[in-house]
Design a protein around this ligand. Structure first.
Ligand code: PEP
Ligand code: MG
Length: 316
C-alpha cells in the first residue's frame, strides 16, 4: 500500500481555483532527473550546464560529450518541458577555455552571455549539441541565456538559437536593466525566466557571495518584487511565459506572491516542490494578487514578509 501511495502521480501545481502553475525542477546534471520526476517535477525550469564545463579540465567538452549529457536529462522528461541555460561562467568560476582574465568585480564583468560572446565557438558548440540532443529526444526543449542586460543581447541570443534550429529561445531576467525593458525584451524572445538570486544581488548592489552583505540578499525586498512585477505584466500583455527559477520560488509563501505578480511557472530544487505545491493550493488567483500588492506596498523585505504572513490566513 505504501508503495502505491509513493508511485501515485502527484497532482500538478495549481492555485485553489484550478489555475495551473507548473512546478519545475532546477537541475545541475542528468543524475538528479529521476528523483526530480519522482518528487513531481512537471519539467525542468533551469538546467545549469556549467558543471559539465567546470568538470571538463583544460579543454571544453566536445559537441558529442555535451550531446550525451543533454540527452540524459531530455530523456528523463520525455514529453515535458526542459529549459537549458547555456554556460553561465565568469571570473568567479574561471574556465581555461574562456576568456578568463582576472577581474576586480566578477559579478559585474564578463560573465554569462557576455563571456560566451567573447568566445563564440563555445556558444556555437553548445547550441549545436543542444540541437542534436533535441533531434534525438521527445522533450520540449527551451534554451535561455544568463546575465542578459540589453535588448541587443536578447536579439543576438534568440536569433542565434533559432538559427541553430532551437525553436523556443528566451532570456533570464537577472539584471534590473532588462527587467525594466521587459516589454520589448519579451517581444524579442519566446519567454523569460527570472533568476531572483542575481536579480536581488544586482538590485541591492550586494555581492551574493559576500557574507558581510548577506542580509541584503532577500528576494522579499519590494524593489526586487517591483522589477518582477514589470516582467509579469509584460508577460500577461504579450501572452509569453514568465517563469521564476531563483531560490525565491522555493519559499512557499513568496511563491504565491510571485504567481500574483504574474509568474506562470515556478522552478526550484526538487526538495522544495511538495511544500510549494501545498501552499499554492491554498490560495486562488485573487488572493495571490492581493498578497502581491501587499508585498509591493511594503518598504523593506522584513515588512513585506510579515505583512504577507499576517494577511495570508484570511485569504485562504
Ligand atoms: C539566479 O540567479 O537566480 C539563478 C537561478 O541562476 P544562478 O543561481 O545559477 O546564478
Ligand atoms: Mg543567476
Amino acid at each position: 500500500q505504501r508503495r502505491e501511495a509513493a508511485s501515485a502521480p502527484l497532482t500538478p501545481g495549481a492555485l485553489a481555483d484550478g489555475t495551473p502553475v507548473p512546478l519545475l525542477a532546477n537541475l545541475g546534471s542528468g543524475d538528479a532527473a529521476a528523483s526530480a520526476v519522482e518528487l513531481g517535477a512537471e519539467g525542468v525550469g533551469l538546467f545549469r550546464t556549467e558543471f559539465l564545463f567546470l568538470d571538463a579540465g583544460s579543454t571544453a567538452p566536445s559537441v558529442e560529450e555535451q550531446t550525451q549529457h543533454y540527452v540524459r536529462v531530455l530523456e528523463a522528461f520525455a514529453g515535458k518541458k526542459v529549459t537549458v541555460r547555456v554556460l553561465d561562467a565568469g571570473a568567479d568560476k574561471p574556465l581555461p577555455f574562456l576568456n578568463d582574465a582576472p577581474e576586480e568585480n566578477p559579478a559585474l564583468g564578463l560573465r554569462g552571455l557576455r563571456a560566451l560572446r567573447a568566445s563564440e565557438n563555445i556558444l556555437r558548440d553548445q547550441l549545436t549539441a543542444l540541437a542534436a540532443a533535441d533531434a534525438q529526444t521527445d522533450a520540449d526543449l527551451w534554451v535561455m541565456a544568463p546575465m542578459v542586460s540589453t535588448l541587443e543581447e536578447t536579439e543576438y541570443f534568440v536569433t542565434r538559437a533559432h538559427e541553430f534550429g532551437l525553436k523556443t529561445a528566451g532570456i533570464m531576467v537577472e539584471v534590473p536593466s532588462i527587467a525594466l525593458l521587459a516589454k520589448p525584451a519579451l517581444a524579442a524572445s519566446d519567454f523569460a525566466s527570472i533568476g531572483t538570486n542575481d536579480l536581488t544581488q544586482y538590485t541591492l548592489a550586494a555581492d551574493r557571495l559576500l557574507g558581510t552583505v548577506a542580509s541584503f540578499q532577500d528576494p522579499w525586498h519590494p524593489a526586487v518584487l517591483r522589477l518582477i512585477s514589470e516582467v509579469g505584466q509584460a508577460g500577461a500583455e504579450s501572452g509569453k511565459p514568465v517563469g521564476i527559477c531563483g531560490e525565491a520560488a522555493a519559499d512557499p509563501l513568496l511563491a504565491v506572491v510571485l504567481v500574483g505578480l504574474g509568474a506562470t511557472t515556478l522552478s526550484m530544487s526538487p526538495s522544495a516542490l511538495a511544500d510549494v505545491r501545498l501552499s499554492l493550493a491554498r490560495f486562488d488567483s485573487n488572493a495571490a494578487q492581493r498578497l502581491a500588492s501587499i508585498a509591493l506596498d511594503a518598504h523593506d523585505a522584513a515588512s513585506a514578509r510579515s505583512a504577507v504572513t499576517d494577511a495570508a490566513p484570511s485569504l485562504q
